[in-house]
Design a protein around this ligand. Structure first.
Ligand code: GLA
Length: 420
């Protein structure tokens, strides 16, 4: 008996707060930004470097892709829960600079230009991130910023960019790498525009030299320590293993203004099981990581969306006991002793090891009052309001007979008022 579905999030928050407190001791980049870890969407893991808009119109790196993501960030509630940055990664540029030496977007894929795209993103109340590289070329072979730090920073500022991811491919010597990261930080500050500075500095220097995190935090708002994430449990595991192994050198440094970046969230894609997606969310929260989703917001399952949008700071506990005849008693306990009633939202897939509502279950509230909550399936979400220190007790009964279509439609169309 007893699963505390909410407790990992409580632990995550406590850990993040501990990191916040610890971080106060270290001098951070004084641009006033990233007081909490950056949240948003970044194209790389899901969309990579697709430049063929004729062949792949829905997934090529184009202004249309970022405008669609911006639309969905607002209409699907991402912005409301804090995802704010719509970020372009590599492969947005034209292969050459313009006649004044400025970077320019690929004219076919970004016909309106980045300034217009930034205006669009801003009109939605969101912010725009862009990508560059400290060396001669980006990792995908587009123009790098080496020798152009001031001009590129100014170009980004003129366009209204709000975040720069600065990669470290093709950098020359280690001194040039460090110089480049420092110079771009200063160049961004000199523009006078608030631009979050996301570095990969320690990742590129680590094979040869131990990173000086105090210095890195002095120049960067977040920094990648480890290789690129991909959509597989093995990749998430490797990042966690690396983090556990190096925790003594990276945990204390994180705090307002500067964060370790274990790379993008790949929740909502193809490669992680549900449990593995829960693990990524929980552990990225525990690491106080930037939360940059790389998925297709046009096709995110309700379950993944719930996980990515979950804001509970959780003083809730979810307890359950199997009863006879395929039923479960479920208690939702609110342990908070301050404030008023709180709503705890959770997926029915938490119940009975995922079996209680698969394919369908009926739910009855037993306490504080008796109420019939009707039929639900395994992708339903329950929204349970509980008084401080109070409990709502439910009885969930598995229905093994496949429901007829009419029933399922009714169930989906007419959720009870307590059900999301
Ligand atoms: C590097 C970075 C990735 C991504 C690609 C783009 O590998 O670490 O996050 O930006 O380059 O080419």
């Amino acid at each position: 008996m007893g699963t505390a579905a909410g407790s990992w999030r409580g632990a995550a928050l406590a850990w993040a707060l501990a990191l916040l407190a610890a971080g106060g001791r270290v001098g951070a980049l004084e641009n006033g930004l990233a007081r909490t870890p950056t949240m948003g969407w970044l194209h790389w893991e899901r969309f990579l470097c697709s430049t063929d808009c004729a062949g792949e119109p829905l997934s090529c790196i184009s202004e249309q892709l970022f405008m669609q993501m911006a639309d969905l960030m607002v209409s699907d509630g991402w912005k409301d829960v804090g995802y704010e940055f719509v970020c372009i990664d590599d492969c947005w540029m034209a292969m050459t600079r313009d006649d004044q030496g400025r970077l320019q977007p690929d004219p076919e894929r970004f016909p309106s230009g980045i300034r217009k795209l930034a205006d669009y993103v801003h009109s939605k109340g969101l912010k725009l991130g862009i990508y560059g590289d400290v060396g001669n070329k980006t990792c995908a072979g587009f123009p790098g910023s080496y020798g152009y730090y001031d001009l590129d920073a100014q170009t980004f500022a003129d366009w209204g960019v709000d975040l720069l991811k600065f990669d470290g491919c093709n950098y020359g010597t280690l001194d040039q790498l460090a110089e480049g990261y420092r110079n771009m930080s200063l160049a961004l500050n000199n523009t006078g525009r608030s631009i979050v500075y996301s570095c990969e500095w320690p990742l590129y220097m680590r094979p040869m030299q131990k990173p000086n995190y105090t210095e890195i935090k002095h120049y960067c708002n977040h920094w990648r320590n480890y290789g690129d994430i991909y959509d597989a449990w093995n990749s998430v595991k490797n990042i966690l293993d690396w983090t556990a192994l190096h925790q003594d050198s990276i945990v204390d440094i994180a705090g307002p203004g500067g964060w370790n970046d274990p790379d993008m969230l790949v929740i909502g894609n193809f490669g992680l099981s549900w449990d593995q997606q829960l693990t990524q969310m929980a552990l990225w929260a525990i690491m106080a990581a930037p939360l940059l989703m790389s998925n297709d917001l046009r096709h995110v399952s309700p379950q993944a969306k719930w996980l990515l949008q979950n804001k509970e700071d959780n003083n809730f506990e979810l307890w359950e006991r199997p009863l006879s005849r395929g039923a479960y008693a479920v208690a939702v306990l609110n342990r908070q002793e301050i404030g008023g009633p709180q709503i705890f939202s959770f997926s029915t897939s938490f119940l009975g090891n995922g079996l209680a509502c698969n394919p369908v279950c009926s739910i009855q509230q037993i306490l504080p009052t008796s109420e019939d909550w009707g039929l639900h399936n395994w992708v339903s979400f329950l929204n349970v309001e509980v008084n401080p220190t109070g409990t709502v007790l439910l009885k969930v009964v598995v229905i093994t007979e496949p429901p007829d279509e009419k029933l399922v439609m009714n169930m989906n169309k007419n959720p009870s008022p307590d059900i999301l």
